[in-house]
Every structure is written in structure tokens, then in C-alpha cells.
Design a protein around this ligand. Structure first.
Ligand code: ADP
Ligand code: MG
Length: 347
């Protein structure tokens, strides 16, 4: 590696993850191939195949950053690693078809452990109807690293990007939000208590729902199929991996619009709400900034509202407005707070 000139050293933290991606994207913004229809910046890239686009997305999971094997069973990890990639394909309104799975692992793992991981991968392939067609296997000094690429297809007139939201559109979110983050806090507490007292049995009763949301996320392909059946193509869409606030800001930035979201419309599961309060977490902050829900966030034309209003598990949470009107959360009391990607404190 070349020696770094300390005078010209910029810390990665100064750019942040999104600044870093923008910096990479700038270097590779012109394409050599006509088929390359969309590159860095959305949930997946698009390749022009005539009548349809091929959709490609990749995600990496790193032990002790994205998962902790002391509370993440390997079978669940295998399923989750696939599901989070399928979620990005769903976010383009596309149908997933193939995956590749690459792993780096140390001799700490047994054949049985690897089998358990691939049982989870296999289950996900069945559930989401995808074929595993390749990957790579390599050694790692520290921990397990998993990189999955998912490939799908979407008709050209059905593709949904982050950039299509228009003023007046209705903002929808699927399922419920915040529970995966609350589940993580439950698991972290259990781990701490176990480390302090290894005789202790885990106390997870009453927390099944939130723990399940953390360990077994479900990419919402069911919603993509439902929207297809009623003939609604959202104007913009992405999946909720980093928290609702962060994803709303992405849609607003790409679509050059503002948004108003209503606190009393946020879909928060009742049990998750109670669990959060018990853990002294604000359920609204968990929903806005928690992350890992892998639900879908999308916008639709007002004219399409009638078609979706009776679909299960789709909630209208706000509306798109002109950019200069801002990107806000309107509280139950009617106070207006600008959305923040991280660190929004509700209390
Ligand atoms: P998501 O959360 O939907 O998986 P990310 O925030 O990981 O999306 O990535 C946003 C966009 O940046 C995607 O288009 C992704 O392909 C791209 N991206 C992320 N990291 C890199 C990288 N190191 N090089 C090139 N593109 C990247
Ligand atoms: Mg995504």
C-alpha cells in the first residue's frame, strides 16, 4: 500500500457513508455500454434488455457490525442475508430470479455451522423463488463476511426508482416500523445479562415479535405482487433498511421534493410499542431511525389511492410537497420537526 501523506489525509468519517458513495459515483458516472441504464444511487442498478430491465443489487454483512453470532442463529442469518438483498430488488418493483452468495470464514466454523447457514439460504431461495447460481468462498482471519448479489427483472413500464415522487403524491409504508430495532435492544440486553451471569436463562417471553423482526426479516415481495394485481405502479420506492427518516430523505433528494409525515399515522405494532416503553426507548424514534425493518416505502398518485386503500398492510403516512416546504414530521400535537436521518429525539 502506498504511504499516506499525512498532510493530505481526510478521515472517512468526514465524508460519511453517503458522501463516500457519492464520491465513488462521481468517478464512474459515464457508461461505456448503452445497456447500462442506471448505475450507483438507487436500490439496484438497471440493465436494458429490450422490453425489460435486468435489476442487480449487492449487499455485504460483516460479523460484529451487522450481526452477532451469540444471538443470531446461523440458519436465520442465512435467511436474512438473502432477504435483505431481495428487499432491494422488490424496491425497484422487480421480481428476483437469481442470487450469488460469497462467504469469507475462519476455521472457527464447523461444517455443521456452514450447513445451518446454507439451510437458511436454501429456505430463502424457496420462499422468494430464486436460484442460487454462484458465489465465492475464501478464508478470513476475523469473523464471517457474507456478500450476496441478487438479480431480477422488471418490465420497463413497471420499474420504480427513488426519483419519481411528485408534489401531491401520497406516501405509503408497509407493515410496521421500529420493531427490528427494539428486538435488537432486547437481544443486546440479554447478551449483557448472560455475560454477567452465564447460568442465566434467556428471558425472551413477551418479546417474540420484536426479536423475530430482528432475526427473520421478510422482504415484501407479497406487496409487490399485490400492487401488480391492482395495477398500481408507485411513483417512487425504496426499502426501509436504515430507518424511515433516512429513506424519506433519500426519496426527497432524488425526486427533488419535500414531504410531510404524520406521527399519528406511523405504523407501530402494539406489542413493539409496549416493549419499547419498557426498555425506555421512544417507539416513534425507533420507527423513524431504528432501521432493519425491510419494509417498503413508496409514493403513489392520489388517483391510485382507491386501488390500494383496502390492501392489507399498506399504510398512508403522509404526502409529498414542494421541496421548499421542507421535509417534516408533524407530531400528534401539531408541532413540525425537520426530518433527521439520525439522532432525532422525540421526547
Ligand atoms: P441499500 O441500503 O439500498 O442497499 P446502499 O445505501 O447500500 O443501498 O447503497 C446505495 C447505492 O450506492 C447503491 O446503488 C449501491 O449499489 C451503491 N454503492 C454502495 N457502496 C458502493 C461502492 N463501494 N461502490 C459502488 N457503489 C456502491
Ligand atoms: Mg435499499
Amino acid at each position: 500500500m502506498a504511504k499516506e501523506d499525512n498532510q493530505n489525509r481526510t478521515e472517512l468519517a468526514a465524508l460519511g457513508e453517503f458522501g463516500l458513495i457519492d464520491r465513488i459515483a462521481e468517478k464512474f458516472s459515464t457508461f461505456k455500454h448503452q445497456e447500462t441504464a442506471l448505475g450507483i444511487g438507487d436500490d439496484a442498478a438497471l440493465m436494458d434488455c429490450g422490453d425489460f430491465y435486468q435489476v442487480v443489487s449487492t449487499d455485504m454483512l460483516v460479523e460484529m457490525i451487522h450481526f452477532d453470532l451469540s444471538y443470531m442463529p446461523l440458519q436465520h442469518l442465512g435467511f436474512k442475508a438473502v432477504a435483505v438483498n431481495i428487499s432491494d430488488i422488490a424496491a425497484m418493483n422487480a421480481i428476483p430470479k437469481q442470487i450469488t452468495v460469497s462467504i469469507a470464514l475462519s476455521n472457527r466454523f464447523s461444517v455443521e455451522a456452514l450447513d445451518a447457514f446454507y439451510d437458511g439460504v436454501h429456505k430463502a431461495c424457496e420462499v422468494f423463488g430464486v436460484d442460487l447460481v454462484g458465489g465465492d468462498t475464501t478464508a478470513s482471519n476475523h469473523g464471517l463476511v457474507i456478500s450476496i448479489t441478487a438479480i431480477g427483472t422488471v418490465d420497463k413500464d413497471k420499474v420504480v426508482k427513488r426519483s419519481g415522487a411528485k408534489s401531491g403524491d401520497i406516501v405509503c409504508a408497509t407493515g410496521d416500523l421500529g420493531a427490528a430495532y427494539i428486538g435488537l435492544q432486547v437481544l443486546v440486553r440479554e447478551k449483557q445479562e448472560f455475560q454477567a451471569n452465564p447460568q442465566m436463562q434467556p428471558k425472551l417471553e413477551g418479546y417474540d415479535y420484536v426479536v423475530g423482526r430482528q432475526l427473520k426479516p421478510m422482504a415484501r415481495m407479497d406487496v409487490i405482487h399485490e400492487l401488480g394485481k391492482v395495477g398500481v405502479v408507485p411513483t417512487a420506492m425504496m426499502d426501509i433498511s436504515d430507518g424511515l427518516a433516512s429513506e424519506l430523505l433519500h426519496i426527497c433528494r432524488h425526486s427533488k421534493v419535500g414531504v410531510n409525515i404524520f406521527e399519528d399515522k406511523l405504523p407501530i405494532d402494539e406489542v413493539a410499542y409496549e416493549n419499547a416503553v419498557e426498555f425506555q426507548l421512544d417507539p416513534v424514534t425507533a420507527a423513524m431511525n431504528g432501521g432493519e425493518d425491510y419494509e417498503l416505502l413508496f409514493t403513489i398518485k392520489q388517483d391510485d389511492y382507491e386501488k390500494i386503500k383496502n390492501l392489507p398492510d399498506i399504510h398512508t403516512i403522509g404526502y409529498i410537497q414542494a421541496e421548499e416546504k421542507g421535509k417534516n414530521l408533524v407530531t400528534k400535537q401539531g408541532n413540525v420537526y425537520p426530518l433527521q436521518a439520525q439522532g432525532f429525539t422525540h421526547m
